[in-house]
Design a protein around this ligand. Structure first.
Ligand SMILES: [Zn+2]
Length: 98
């Protein structure tokens, strides 16, 4: 479906496929900046949520000095142990609840 929309920048009418990323045929500015901003905000919020619920494991960089790698590996070991315990409890709760 296509429509026309008045460009908020130059005031000319442009073809508009109701897609937030559609641009003006005359000045190439975004035809629906509000929708674009809204879409962007939604994408950012989604990313934030994903980051909050995902556990970031420590990355051991081979270029790090040996003592940094040593401490990172200990930290990573704790992280893996922690995740395993949490997974075990989630499994146990699911088992008991079922
Ligand atoms: Zn325009």
């Amino acid at each position: 479906m296509s429509a026309i929309r008045k460009c908020p920048n130059c005031g000319q009418w442009s073809r508009w496929t109701q897609n937030p990323t559609d641009r003006c045929e005359h000045c190439n500015s975004i035809l629906d900046p509000v929708a674009v901003a809204r879409q962007q905000a939604r994408a950012e919020r989604k990313q934030e949520e994903e980051e909050r619920y995902s556990i970031k494991f420590i990355e051991v960089n081979p270029d790090d000095p040996w003592y940094i790698q040593f401490f990172k590996r200990i930290g990573l070991g704790f992280q893996i142990a922690f995740v395993s315990i949490i997974s075990f409890f989630i499994w146990l709760i699911a088992l008991l609840a079922g």
